[in-house]
Design a protein around this ligand. Sequence first.
Ligand code: EPZ
Length: 419
Amino acid sequence: MDKILVHGGRKLRGSIRVSGSKNSALPILAAALLTRDTCVIRGVPDLSDIHYMLTILSHLGCEVERASGVVSIRADKIRTEASYDLVRKMRASVCVLGPLLGREREACVALPGGCVIGDRPIDLHLLGFEALGAAVRVTGGNVKVFATRLRGGSVNMCGTHGTTVLGTDNVMMAAVLAEGVTEIHGAAEEPEVVDLANFLKAMGARIHGAGTSHLMIEGVKELHGADYTVIPDRIEAGTMLVAGAIAGEKLTVRRLRPDHLESVITPLRTAGFQIETETDAVTISPGEKSSPLHLETTPYPGFPTDMQAQMCALLVRTPGESVITDHVFPQRFMHVAELSRMGAQIRLEAPTAFITGNGRLSGAPVMASDLRASAALLLAGLAAEGVTEINRVYHIDRGYERIDEKFNFLGAHIERVKA
Ligand code: EPZ
């Protein structure tokens, strides 16, 4: 397994372009199952999670071609079963359920495993399918859904931790080919859900209210192919901005939607950083003083759980007492133990981390555990004294396209060591 060595203390400067959004591309690729026509999806990032999704789609019978960031998919004759050895590697595989149910009125997909960020149930997805008239059975580690008729219904996507992003996606992808009108209350408002809705509308779907908590979907008989470009990855962009806060002189992140990052830009400004926004770029530079933060993650448009670990890496060096609570994934603190190995002072009482920022971190061998925790360790390594060795770097490669090359382009000194 590869590892990366981060030589701390180098300043970052210049500008970097953000790749296409992983969390947009994954459901959009799955949505291509909804038509026999060819779909062309552009701006698809080169990530292992994308590779997993394309492998699953091929296994389901799709013809898949990929040329750099452009993927073409033709789901002419498809199977409706995705086995455990395919699904277990990536939880987001669950988002093939909705399009298979919508297109073929049946699906059998292995239940996704849990993962280190916490329990990953799909009860809300299944409730949504049942509201459309599907029968749901969980047997032998698989979830089976089938419907003689799929008809519009009223669904609520809110659970104890708020709404569900992939649950909203899944029900939307089943509802677009149902008979009649479906209303989704408590829908996720994430930009990635809006991106999926826009792709589905490009295929001929009738969807109203994307980006709000109330979606209305008028089922149609069939959908046609589409040529679509996914939005920039707001979490990669946010990660780059935090890198600029931790180790930047003046860092510009390009090809992003600043409006998608308000909930990250605002706390960075509160923490004392200078931030200028343009139409598709944001520049961060140090401010006069720095302040600790009290942050709570909530569904969009609130502060994103996918940025929680990265902000921890910033706040462990920000003098003062900071507090971060993760309401979405209360156990998502695998990064805390590893940051502590680097000298961070964090008291964890999940779902809250109490951070005493002390300005100092020292490089150490640390273990990556999940995508965003790994990114946090890399960010901390940028500012640590000495070398930080991050093992199991495949976690980072799941969600960040060549992140070591991008940081080195900005002035960092990161080596990728083939293990
Ligand atoms: C999506 O996961 C993202 N993944 C996650 O990003 C992100 O952290 C998450 O949304 C929250 O924003 C993709 O889009 C591929 P949820 P998803 O269903 O949809 C509970 C990353 O780092 N819940 O919105 O799987 C659940 O346990 C990844 O890029 C239920 O209770 O997350 C959690 O507490 C990690 N029942 C909360 O809702 C359900 O049926 C939010 O989960 C579904 C979810």
